[in-house]
Write a protein that binds this ligand. Structure first.
Ligand SMILES: NC(=O)c1ccc[n+]([C@@H]2O[C@H](COP(=O)([O-])OP(=O)(O)OC[C@H]3O[C@@H](n4cnc5c(N)ncnc54)[C@H](OP(=O)(O)O)[C@@H]3O)[C@@H](O)[C@H]2O)c1
Length: 268
């Protein structure tokens, strides 16, 4: 396989980010995986390295950063430049989920969500998009969410942050037409990564009924859409079909999400 350049994946140590990283590795990219936990990064690197041959020119490198910290996105960009990595694909997958009574969420968690889901993603997108435009091409994948179609209570902060990601990314992608930079915005419905905090039994049932998708399938869909230059996708055709009914389903979905989140918190 012809080796390509570097793909940087935030949140590349777990969940959707790890699966997108795996898909990009299979397409020939070298990887930069970014997240907070050195141990999770080490495990992800070990797991993905098994896909490489001994003679392989591709590399997997990891970098620890807390992208909920105000200076982290700029520092990450400076680190990438200091290593002279030309990033051809940027995947902004690191994200924080909140589904609880909005008025009692501690201020630090609200700030962390805003920095991680909105500000760091914006900074990284703009910095790398400029470089890509100068070089005449590049791909960016920004993780929005199906919650943009759910203007539900308890989800207001998370849903609004993902609506920002969608509008910012789709709009910027239109602006970058002609510069060779394509932004693929992804709005997955539930993916079985643990992010939603569902108990195992509920998650299993949701997988069986198609309400939760496996991270591997979601990753494959995202990589295919990225390679094809799609600008906006909702993984899973049945999720498109469900959009008009999300208003009707609001009481049921809210009850499931809030109940399970509260149950998870009670265990902490
Ligand atoms: N799962 C879903 O149902 C779903 C649905 C729609 C959209 N999404 C979106 O898809 C993206 C990925 O979600 P996921 O389900 O894959 O989540 P996940 O399984 O919880 O993985 C999150 C990844 O982001 C990293 N991360 C978390 N906080 C970080 C921070 N402050 N700084 C740097 N890295 C951080 C985590 O590693 P560390 O813990 O080591 O930092 C991990 O690698 C998110 O943006 C999410 O909002 C998910």
């Amino acid at each position: 396989m012809k080796p390509r350049g570097w793909a940087l994946v935030t949140g590349g140590s777990a969940g959707i980010g790890l699966e997108v990283a795996r898909g990009l590795l299979r397409k020939g990219y070298s990887l930069i995986l970014v997240s907070r936990s050195p141990q999770k990064l080490k495990n992800a690197k070990y797991e993905l390295s098994r896909e490489l041959q001994k003679s392989d020119e591709r590399q997997i490198t990891v970098h620890t950063a807390d992208l909920a910290e105000p200076s982290a996105a700029d520092e990450l960009y400076t680190w990438v430049k200091s290593r002279k990595f030309d990033v051809e694909v940027l995947v902004n997958s690191a994200g924080m989920y909140l589904c609880e009574e909005t008025l009692v969420i501690p201020r630090e968690r609200v700030e962390a969500l805003l920095w991680l889901n909105i500000r760091s993603l914006t900074t990284l997108t703009l910095l790398f998009a400029r470089d890509m435009a100068e070089r005449g091409g590049g791909r960016i994948v920004n993780l929005s969410s199906y919650s943009v179609y759910m203007r539900y209570g308890y989800l207001s902060l998370y849903g609004a942050s993902k609506a920002y990601v969608r509008n910012f990314s789709v709009g910027l992608s239109r602006e970058l037409r002609g510069k060779g930079v394509i932004i693929t915005t992804v709005a997955p419905n539930g993916v079985d990564t643990g992010l939603l905090g569902l108990p195992r039994r509920t998650a299993r049932l949701a997988r069986l009924t198609g309400f939760l998708m496996s991270p591997a399938r979601c990753g494959r869909i995202i990589v295919r859409a990225t390679m094809r230059g799609r600008r906006y996708i909702v993984p899973g055709w049945h999720n498109y079909l469900m959009i008009p009914f999300l208003g009707l389903l609001r009481p049921v979905i809210t009850r499931i999400l809030v109940k399970n989140t509260a149950a998870e918190h009670a265990k902490l």
